[in-house]
Design a protein around this ligand. Structure first.
Ligand code: HEC
Ligand code: HEC
Length: 419
């Protein structure tokens, strides 16, 4: 009797959910939430966000660098800011402090995670990350900001210089260890829109299956950002995500064969994919530094998080080795149980291709084998949902593309057997 009643209740809940069109899985946040967040941030950091541009932010951080040049110049030019011949030609002291090696870190790289994979032929994505350490007497440093990470995004067809255009959306993280949230968000329009004015949201394709018209939607600061930087459950403080160079190489064999065919260097600053060259080693070491800083931040805020473990794993396999490591070599275990084995490589490859875009930073990492084992049943339901489940917001996985039937079946079979 009670079983029947439960069934009726479940049916009612499902029908209730089905009354709404299926919505996004990734938290979108709201414009009001973003506005009040920026107002609070203005006060907390004495940074007027009204009319703020990327240039205004650079001035506040104590770096007199034209925003266009920060966006356009090659990474090694940015990392040698005193040089004048075609370089930034900054004065040796800024705000009374010497500019030191490492104050500016910059890297340009292939970014499959920003690509709309629901498109028939997805145009590859690229990112340029610039980390600026604030100088002791800059307004930012006086307000407690230790560094800022500026992330430019580029989408370009394979026959063009990926970094030639403007980043349509530039994401920023302020690192302020003495403030309660530690990591704070800003987002800017492209420099061709009001000189790169402040934006409330990142427009992205994470939930492409739920939306028509190209499948993008706005993910507002701070909630949209925290969905992937503070998971599970909007953890505070949020975390810096490590850069997974190995994943970029993996993807050349599936959705991005065109990038391989065009011979585009994934660590763009290396200008080669030959991991045994000096140029590659130099570019790779910049990413190593970026990931060391990510791990340090993760460990301070959430020592036992899967995010920290994943960053740790990347650093340990790349301690002395710059070569591409296959997915199985990147597996780890959060509970001491077995990690992925060679016999599981083809199943792990599916998780890596279709799920890692989010499940390297949302809820769990696909490389953490035990966290996949406990979810295998739930995963199967989400990969091949029933009619009613299909209408539940955020239920169907992945949310960013429709899996081809044979791939869904292969993943289902793999998850059925994983123990
Ligand atoms: C769907 C997941 C996702 C969402 C949503 C997201 N990020 Fe990220 N973010 C990542 C990942 C993963 C990286 C690592 C770079 C990569 O893999 O391309 C990253 C990197 C960054 C970085 C560089 C520093 C770092 O953590 O590596 C900044 C800055 C950043 N994101 C800002 C933002 C802002 C601002 C928002 C919200 C407007 C946001 N992110 C929303 C997943 C996400
Ligand atoms: C574009 C981002 C994205 C991709 C790709 C994606 N997911 Fe998810 N997934 C999410 C989000 C967001 C949630 C909801 C998290 C929450 O509860 O806040 C979620 C939730 C889940 C959950 C339930 C939460 C949990 O902790 O168990 C499972 C299981 C899951 N996803 C499996 C998958 C599988 C399997 C794939 C690949 C076939 C996949 N997802 C691909 C974003 C994604």
């Amino acid at each position: 009797m009670s079983g029947t009643r439960t069934d009726v209740l479940i049916a009612m809940v499902l029908v209730g959910a089905a009354a709404h069109a299926a919505g996004p899985a990734v938290t979108t946040g709201t414009p009001e939430g973003a506005r009040s967040y920026y107002r609070a941030l203005s006060k907390e950091f004495r940074l007027n966000t009204d009319g703020l541009t990327l240039q205004g932010l650079l001035d506040y951080l104590g770096y007199p660098i034209p925003a266009e040049r920060l966006e356009a110049l090659p990474s090694d030019v940015l990392m040698h800011p005193l040089e004048c011949d075609g370089g930034l030609c900054l004065p040796p002291t800024l705000m009374g402090a010497r500019l030191r090696e490492g104050d500016i870190l910059a890297s340009r790289f292939f970014a499959p995670k920003i690509v709309n994979v629901s498109a028939a032929t997805p145009a590859p994505g690229w990112r340029k990350l610039v980390r600026l350490r604030t100088h002791p007497d800059s307004p930012a440093a006086r307000a407690g900001i230790q560094a800022a990470i500026i992330l430019f995004n580029f989408i370009a067809p394979v026959d063009r210089d990926p970094f030639a255009g403007h980043s349509p959306n530039t994401q920023v993280m302020l690192i302020a260890p003495t403030h309660p949230k530690y990591v704070y968000w800003l987002d800017f329009h492209g420099l061709d829109v009001d000189g790169g004015s402040l934006s409330l949201a990142l427009n992205q394709s994470f939930d492409a299956v739920s939306f028509p018209d190209g499948g993008t939607v706005d993910y507002f600061v701070p909630d949209g950002c925290n969905a992937c930087h503070g998971s599970p459950g909007n953890r505070t403080p949020p975390m810096v995500n490590y850069l997974d160079t190995d994943h970029w190489f993996d993807r050349l064999t599936d959705d991005f064969a065109a990038v391989a065919d065009a011979g585009l260097p994934l660590l763009f600053d290396a200008q080669t994919n030959d991991t045994g060259t000096v140029a590659y080693a130099r570019a790779f070491d910049v990413i190593r530094q970026i990931n060391e800083e990510a791990l340090a931040q993760n460990q301070v805020v959430h020592l036992d998080s899967f995010e920290a473990r994943a960053a740790q794993k990347w650093l340990s396999i790349h301690e002395r080795d710059d070569a591409h490591q296959p997915p199985v070599a990147r597996g780890f275990s959060s509970d001491g149980g077995p990690s992925w084995s060679g016999a599981e490589a083809s199943g792990l490859a599916l998780l890596n291709r279709y799920c890692f875009r989010c499940h390297g930073s949302v809820q769990f990492s696909v490389f953490d084998r035990p966290s996949v084992v406990v979810r295998a049943g739930d995963m199967r339901q989400r990969v091949t949902p029933g009619k009613v489940q299909l209408r539940i917001s955020g239920f169907r996985m992945p949310p960013d593309r429709v899996l081809p039937a044979n791939e869904a079946a292969a993943l289902d079979q793999f998850l059925k057997n994983v123990k």
